[in-house]
Design a protein around this ligand. Structure first.
Ligand code: 13P
Ligand code: SF4
Length: 311
């Protein structure tokens, strides 16, 4: 007979203690996985947590590049990704070979890479960024022209917030492009009092209709602080769990019910338990790549977080 969630959680918590593990979960994880984690956050917050933890084992409930970032920052820790197939299709839209070829075409142009990229791509980049600090990172680069990879929509949004010229890579998030401008317009008509907050991975025409453009962590903070009682939320629907839980008196309306990241949903409580039992699947970045990728991640972490917003 299958274990109930309560049984699974009990077993996970027992074994987590024995292994000295910490469970980190991204804001898009299944509700029950978020509720079992020690910390839930956005990509930047999770890398900061990974960098600061004393735990010898990190169970990373997220996608592959996030576990890789933890491995880059904590080479002495065991980083486990409960489903090895949980990748990010956007991160796979650039390879190190293609990046090297582009860099040859653009000698001397620095590279800013979105954290949604492989360790090998980070190793060939000058600095990393997340959705929470992309504008500040780009502003920090001492050049007027920058190659921004791999998210064209985040890159396009950043270029509206800076005087620097960004050369964009044609990558995108298959989940966020499901959110359409028509969805926001219709929901605005149905909920005239609502404020629209969207993720910078959304299409430019969606961003143009939003009140604020925020990382998932930024959305969590904004929802706590705002006096608005209705919010249209333009990102992966997993974020709604935390928004509702932390703000029971406010109403959160998903911009699109279709915005589900199938990779994020691969992580289940069963798989978290198996990862703890088997101490696998482990994500480990080879040392030569890790050292070079760490430079790009460290430069970003020195800059930290600065939310970007529109109008
Ligand atoms: P955040 O860093 O804003 O949580 O975004 C991560 C991500 O993968 C968005 O699709
Ligand atoms: Fe990648 Fe998009 Fe999923 Fe985020 S939501 S992990 S960018 S596919």
């Amino acid at each position: 007979m299958a274990n109930s969630d309560a049984e699974l959680v009990g077993k996970i918590l027992d074994l987590k203690k024995k292994r000295g593990a910490v469970i980190l979960a991204h804001n898009y994880q299944r509700a029950e996985v978020q509720d079992t984690a020690d910390f839930v956050g956005d990509s930047l917050e999770l890398s900061q947590k990974a960098a600061g933890t004393d735990a010898p084992v990190i169970i990373f409930c997220g996608v592959h590049f996030m576990a890789e970032t933890a491995s880059i920052l904590c080479p002495d820790k065991t980083v486990l990704l409960p489903d090895a197939k949980a990748g990010c299709p956007m991160a796979n839209m650039i390879t190190v070979e293609k990046l090297l070829a582009k860099k040859k075409e653009l000698p001397g142009v620095p590279v800013v890479c979105y954290v949604n990229s492989s360790a090998a791509v980070k190793a060939e980049s000058d600095i990393c960024c997340t959705s929470a600090n992309a504008v500040k990172v780009v502003e920090s680069v001492d050049a007027e022209e920058i190659l921004f990879v791999p998210d064209q929509y985040l890159g396009n949004y950043v270029s509206t917030q800076t005087t620097k010229k960004l050369i964009l890579w044609p990558g995108y998030c298959p989940t966020h492009v499901k959110i359409r401008a028509e969805d926001i317009s219709r929901l605005r008509k149905e909920h005239p009092q609502a404020i629209a907050i969207v993720h910078p991975e959304c299409r430019p025409e969606v961003i143009a209709l939003a009140n604020h453009v925020l990382s998932t962590g930024g959305m969590i903070r904004f929802a706590r602080q705002t006096e608005a009682s209705e919010l249209i939320v333009g990102t992966e629907v997993g974020l709604l769990h935390r928004l509702k839980k932390e703000n029971p008196s406010k109403k959160f309306i998903p911009a699109s019910e279709q915005a589900i990241c199938p990779n994020m949903k691969l992580i289940t409580l069963e798989k978290v338990l198996w990862a703890l039992e088997e101490m696998a699947p482990e994500v480990k970045v080879p040392e030569d790549i890790r050292i070079r990728a760490k430079r790009a991640v460290d430069r970003m972490l020195e800059i930290g977080q600065a939310e970007q917003k529109v109008g």
